[in-house]
Design a protein around this ligand. Structure first.
Ligand code: CMX
Length: 436
C-alpha cells in the first residue's frame, strides 16, 4: 500500500472513531443558538460542518492544519532555494495533518505525473464540442464531469464494498483527478487563447510548474507565481460555496468528479471564484471610462463611489468571514513588490487598496471593507503575461481542488452521512418573529 494511504489510515481511523462516538454519545450537546438573521443572511457563523483541512480566523486569515501562509512559506518544500512552496506539500499537509518531507512531495509529484497520462480521449472531444468562446469555466466543468466515466469510486461501489472503505477509492479518484486538472486547464487555455497550439506536459516538472509550462510560460518567476497561486487558493475551510457544494454533493456518495464539478459550478459565480475576473473587468472599464492607463487615487475613489451608487459591488473587496486584509492578498502584494513593483496593474491594485476600504467602510453596511484574495491575483497574473482573465477562475479551480477533494476523502473516512438541513416556509419565520 502506498505510504500516504498508510498515513491516512494511521491518522484517520482513530479520528473516525471519535467522530462516531461524538455523534452517538454526545449528540444532544447544544453548541449554539441560531438567529433568524443568521438563517436569512446565508447562515453566517452557524457551525454546521466538520472540516479539518484548514480553519479561517476572521482577523488572522486562513491556517492550513494550524499553519499560516507565511509559516508554510518557511516550512514546506520548494522547487528551488528561496522559491515558493510546492502545492504538493500543502496537499500532503491537508491530507495527513503532518508537514511533508522533500521525499513525500516528490512522491506526490511523480504520482500525479504518472496518473495524468490516463485522460480518456472523449474528455477532449467534449471540450472540443463546445464553442471556443464558451467561458473557460463551462469547458473546465464539462471536462471534469466527462472524466467521471473513469470513477474508481463508482466502480468499487458497484462491487458492493463495505462503507468503512469508501475513503480508499475516493482517494484514488481524487489523486487521478488532481493529476489531470492542470492538463485540462492548460488545454482549454491553449485552445481558446493560443489557436489550439498545445504543449505536452513535462513529467520532470512539479504539478504547478508543469501547468505554467503547458500554458506556454517557461520563466522561472511565472512558475513560482503559479506555485504560490496554487497554494494560497487551495482551501478556505468548509463553508465557502465551492467547498460546501463539493461536500454536499459528495454526501450523497456521488463520485469525486460529480462532487467537484458541482463545487466548480459554485466557484464560477462572480461573488466567489469569478471575482478575480470581475476585478479585471472593473479595472479595465475604469481605465477606459476615465481614459487613462493608471488612474490616480482620486479618480479611483470617484469611480468606486459611482460603482456603489449604481448598486454594484466593488469586486475583490469584502468577505463573508474575514474582517481584515486577507493574508492571501498580502502575500501576492509582497510577490509583486519583489518582482514587479512598478508594473502598471500593480500600481493600480495598490492605489485601489489605498482608497477603497474607507469608501466601503463609509457605507456603514459592508462588514469587511478590506481586500480579499481576488483583489490582486488578476493584476499579478496579467503582469507576468497571463493576460487572458477568463482563465483566472479555472486556475482558482485547479488550486481549490487540492482542498475540497482532500475534504471529500476525510468526509468518507469519517463516514459523514447525507446532508439534509431543515427548511421552513415564510409562515414559520413570521411566527418566530411574532409578526401576524
Ligand atoms: N462592494 C459593495 N458592496 C458590498 C461589498 C463590496 N465589495 N461587499 C459587501 N457589500 C454589501 C453587500 O452586497 C450587502 O449589501 P446589501 O445589504 O445591500 O445586500 C452588505 O454590503 C452587507 O454584506 P456583507 O455582510 O458585508 O457581505 P456578505 O457576507 O453578504 O458577502 C461577499 C460577502 C464576498 C459576497 C461581498 O463582500 C461581495 O460581494 N464582495 C465583492 C465580490 C468578491 O470580491 N467576492 C470574492 C470573495 C472571495 C471568494 O469567495 O473568492
Amino acid at each position: 500500500m502506498d505510504h500516504i494511504k498508510q498515513k491516512i489510515i494511521e491518522v484517520g481511523l482513530p479520528n473516525a472513531k471519535i467522530v462516531k462516538q461524538l455523534a452517538k454519545e454526545h449528540g444532544d450537546v447544544v453548541t449554539q443558538e441560531v438567529t433568524l438573521g443568521q438563517i436569512l443572511t446565508g447562515m453566517k457563523g452557524v457551525v454546521s460542518l466538520l472540516t479539518c483541512t484548514s480553519k479561517l480566523d476572521p482577523v488572522e486569515g486562513i491556517r492550513f492544519r494550524g499553519y499560516s501562509i507565511p509559516e508554510l512559506q518557511d516550512l514546506l518544500p520548494k522547487a528551488h532555494e528561496g522559491g515558493q512552496p510546492l502545492p504538493e506539500g500543502v496537499f500532503y499537509l491537508m491530507l495527513t495533518g503532518e508537514l511533508p518531507s522533500k521525499e513525500d512531495v516528490s512522491y506526490i509529484s511523480e504520482q500525479w505525473a504518472t496518473r495524468a497520462r490516463g485522460i480518456p480521449s472523449h474528455v477532449f472531444d467534449v471540450i472540443n464540442a463546445l464553442p471556443k468562446d464558451a467561458h473557460p469555466m463551462i469547458q473546465f466543468n464539462s471536462a471534469i464531469l466527462a472524466m467521471s466515466t473513469e470513477s474508481k469510486f463508482r466502480k468499487a461501489y458497484l462491487t458492493g464494498m463495505d462503507k468503512k472503505d469508501y475513503w480508499d477509492p475516493t482517494y484514488e479518484g481524487v489523486m487521478d483527478l488532481l493529476s489531470r486538472l492542470p492538463i485540462i486547464a492548460a488545454y482549454i487555455y491553449r485552445r481558446v487563447f493560443h489557436d489550439g497550439k498545445y504543449i505536452d506536459p513535462d513529467p520532470s516538472l512539479d504539478w504547478a510548474g508543469n501547468l505554467a509550462h503547458m500554458m506556454g510560460f517557461e520563466d522561472p518567476v511565472v512558475k513560482d507565481l503559479m506555485r504560490m497561486y496554487m497554494v494560497i487558493h487551495s482551501d478556505h475551510e468548509g463553508g465557502n460555496v465551492s467547498a460546501h457544494t463539493t461536500h454536499l454533493v459528495g454526501s450523497a456518495l456521488s463520485n469525486p468528479y460529480y462532487a467537484f464539478s458541482a463545487g466548480m459550478n459554485g466557484l464560477a459565480g462572480p461573488l466567489h471564484g469569478m471575482a478575480n475576473q470581475e476585478v479585471m473587468h472593473w479595472i479595465n472599464k475604469m481605465k477606459r471610462d476615465i481614459g487613462v492607463e493608471i488612474p490616480t487615487k482620486e479618480q479611483i475613489a470617484d469611480y468606486a463611489k459611482q460603482t456603489l451608487a449604481n448598486g454594484q459591488v466593488i469586486p475583490g473587496y469584502g468577505h463573508a468571514v474575514l474582517r481584515k486584509t486577507d493574508p492571501r492578498f498580502s502575500v501576492q502584494l509582497e510577490f509583486a513588490e519583489k518582482h514587479a513593483p512598478e508594473a502598471p496593474y500593480i500600481q493600480i491594485a495598490r492605489n485601489i487598496y489605498d482608497v477603497v476600504p474607507d469608501i466601503l467602510a463609509a457605507t456603514g453596511k459592508v462588514k469587511n471593507p478590506w481586500p480579499n484574495v481576488d483583489a490582486i491575483s488578476g493584476s499579478l497574473l496579467t503582469t507576468f503575461g497571463i493576460k487572458e482573465f477568463q482563465i483566472y477562475t479555472v486556475l482558482f479551480g485547479v488550486s481549490r481542488a487540492l482542498g475540497v477533494l482532500t475534504q471529500l476523502v476525510w468526509d468518507r473516512l469519517y463516514g459523514l452521512p447525507i446532508e439534509r438541513p431543515k427548511s421552513q416556509d415564510l409562515a414559520w419565520f413570521k411566527e418566530k418573529a411574532g409578526i401576524k
